[in-house]
Design a protein around this ligand. Sequence first.
Ligand code: NBP
Length: 483
Amino acid sequence: MTIDNTEGARAQIGVTGLAVMGSNIARNFARHGHTVALHNRSIAKTDALIEEHGSEGDFVRTETIEEFVGALQKPRRVLIMVKAGDPTDAVIEELAAAMEPGDIIIDGGNALYTDTIRREASLRERGLHFVGAGISGGEEGALNGPSIMPGGPKESYAALGPLLESIAAQVDGTPCCTHIGPDGSGHFVKMVHNGIEYADMQLIGEAYNLLGSALGYDAGKIADVFTEWNGGDLESYLVEITAEVLRQKDAKTGKPLVDVIVDAAEQKGTGRWTVKSALDLGVPVTGIAEAVFARALSGSREQRKAAVGLASGVLADKPTDAAQFTEDIRQALYASKVVAYAQGFDQIAAGSAEYDWDLHPADLATIWRGGCIIRARFLNRIKDAYDENPTLPSLILAPYFRDAIETAIDSWRRVVSTATLLGIPVPAFASSLSYYDALRAERLPAALTQGQRDFFGAHTYERVDAEGKFHTLWSGDRSEVQV
Ligand code: NBP
């Protein structure tokens, strides 16, 4: 049932799901002069928001879905900010029953993009617009300006875009929000964004570990290194907060907080989703995969406890030139980060081709420059690279990044080899370097793989000097036949 109370239908946007993300986004809308209808399954969160922040703007308190929908101007725009998964389906169903054709439902939760594709198709059949919007920036971003990645029907963006752009982060006068593409594309790029975030955090973690384990720096000194790095090419939100976390003292013990935090990293699943999707698409996202596995290994606490004391073999001496090794680590971090982003953008290109989304990498680099967790100075360089050549075969081949890696390559090799000789794990640094070496190799051992596959499974191979598929009669006279 729809209650169309025209007099009362004054809200430009409705937000349902008023936990931390939803209430901060609702406040952000209100602070930008929009009238916001509020709804939450349990009324307590709605009332708490109005009591604590009601003075920040124009809110409409509603209790039932019908009241909520009736409070909205047409076309009605409702942002769902509930727990991803079944709760989202339940809320969509309730809303869809109360809404009319042409209305817009936006899911701002961390939905799996295939769920978004399914939901969009089903709501389209009912005449409703469904927008799967990736939102990055955590609680703080939601309140003060997130990066927003809305997918879905382009025509709904005309009614929705200006609202979302008004609350998004702004960089150089450009909002960190743009229409991404059809159906699940917004949540897909948000997923890859999170995957890149995993890789970035793992690389920073490896740099921190090297500074501590190879150079003997304490947390405070490592914080200073990160602060210095943040003044250069590595300038980014994650590098900035790394210094802050490392500088934090534990009130109870007086030690650096990081030294009393259990070293087992948790994950909510978007990194894992990114890797699963990359496996399906056949895209090597080695940096992201290593980051997901590194978190899993860190969390295997019983196994790790049992393995402490295993032989390290003879270890090399620690580097004597601390300044040089610190610079080597900085270079290795930058080069590995370029690889992680290159792989993430490859996955976006593959997803775009698979689902016919026509995604624009330069647009993504633009809206990731502010508001989101991976915001970084070098996203400007990525935007420039794709503006110059939208069909770059790999980000690594853009002149700017090619030069950056050429500058970093000797340092990168020294870091990976030194870490190995010192017994310090650097899975993301090492796999990124191996990826780079494999990408630039003229010949790969895949020729042998093809020979083996033909031997045991008659899977055939191609020749470097002739067209077609070939098979060697391995269990016969070993002559070759064309198939
Ligand atoms: P949560 O993910 O903790 O979800 C809590 C909200 O979901 C509450 O409003 C709760 O209502 C509602 N809800 C649940 Br649980 N089951 C429901 C159901 N069956 N029907 C209706 N409502 C239901 O909140 P959050 O951390 O604010 O995140 C919201 C969304 O934003 C999630 O999808 C999350 O993945 C995504 N996200 C979070 C972040 C972040 O940094 N936290 C960043 C980006 C995106 P109740 O009050 O009645 O229990």
